[in-house]
Design a protein around this ligand. Structure first.
Ligand code: SIN
Ligand code: MN
Length: 268
């Protein structure tokens, strides 16, 4: 699925691009049928919230679930990555489902992803990005992602390593810097139904609040990196910072529907 020049220009200007309802309800039903079972698994890739049994993040799901393996190669997600990163040789640096569980989902502090990719993984340049697909609705109440528009233009900001606030260590930006950036750029929180896609630059400053609602805010993230920008330090486990730099090969547009068709045929 190709982005228009206007969409590419918007991404470059603001640091993000929001495409509501890009995936159909049928495609979302195929993905969402997998999610409760995934999040319930007891394996190291499924990280729980601090002091709670609630799932926070399921990592590397594309290697242990067939439906999400297909999503990781879906042209609606991967082809925009080719365009926005300027290369058709991309690999999956990280793949995760953030659950932001009903009542228990905790915050993600203000940060730039490239700070973590640089400090932990020695990624050479901010030539990597996130493509997020809303599995559940993100609304004003359930901890939607918050962005500071245009903050990606500041380059990599100073960051401190926060290993205490949540169960997941993160390189975060201090409150004074956030106050200054928000005074200039404001805050947006793109919200929408399941199937909406949100693409954002590796240097865009973002965060999300906790989820006090009965509505889990499941989002799946593809962190795509250029193969010529592969990481050089292997401090984090491969299921958090992938070491397989094989270029992603896209599947056909109907790859999720095709999975469901095959399952139906096998059951007959
Ligand atoms: C992230 O910044 O990596 C995740 C934020 C969120 O899912 O709210
Ligand atoms: Mn992030």
């Amino acid at each position: 699925m190709r982005l228009t020049n206007a969409q590419i220009a918007e991404f470059e200007e603001l640091g993000y691009l929001f495409l509501p309802s890009l995936f159909s309800p049928e495609e979302m039903a195929i993905l969402n049928a997998e999610v409760p079972g995934l999040l319930a698994q007891r394996r190291e890739e499924v990280v729980r919230e601090k002091g709670s049994e609630a799932p926070r993040t399921a990592f590397y799901v594309q290697t242990w679930n067939e439906v999400f393996a297909r999503l990781a190669r879906h042209p609606k997600l991967v082809e925009p990555g080719f365009q926005l990163l300027g290369s058709e040789k991309l690999y999956m640096h990280q793949f995760k489902i953030n659950a932001k569980a009903a009542f228990d989902g905790a915050v993600w502090q203000w940060h730039q992803d490239y700070a973590t990719w640089f400090n932990d993984d020695d990624m050479p340049a901010p030539r990597a990005m996130n493509i997020a697909l809303f599995l559940a609705e993100a609304n004003e109440f359930n901890g939607p992602l918050m962005f500071i528009p245009r903050s990606h233009r500041r380059g990599r900001l100073a960051a401190g390593h926060d290993v205490t606030t949540t169960s997941y260590p993160l390189w975060t930006v201090d409150n004074e810097t956030i106050t200054r950036l928000v005074a200039e750029g404001g805050i947006v929180a793109p919200k929408g139904p399941p199937g909406s896609v949100l693409m954002f630059h590796g240097n865009l400053v973002h965060a999300s609040g906790s989820n006090l609602t009965p509505w889990s805010r499941w989002i799946v993230y593809l962190s795509l990196n250029r193969c010529d920008n592969a990481i050089r330090r292997f401090k984090r486990p491969a299921w958090i910072a992938n070491r397989d730099f094989t270029p992603i090969e896209m599947l056909p547009e109907d790859c999720l529907l095709d999975y469901a068709r095959q399952r139906r045929t096998a059951a007959e």
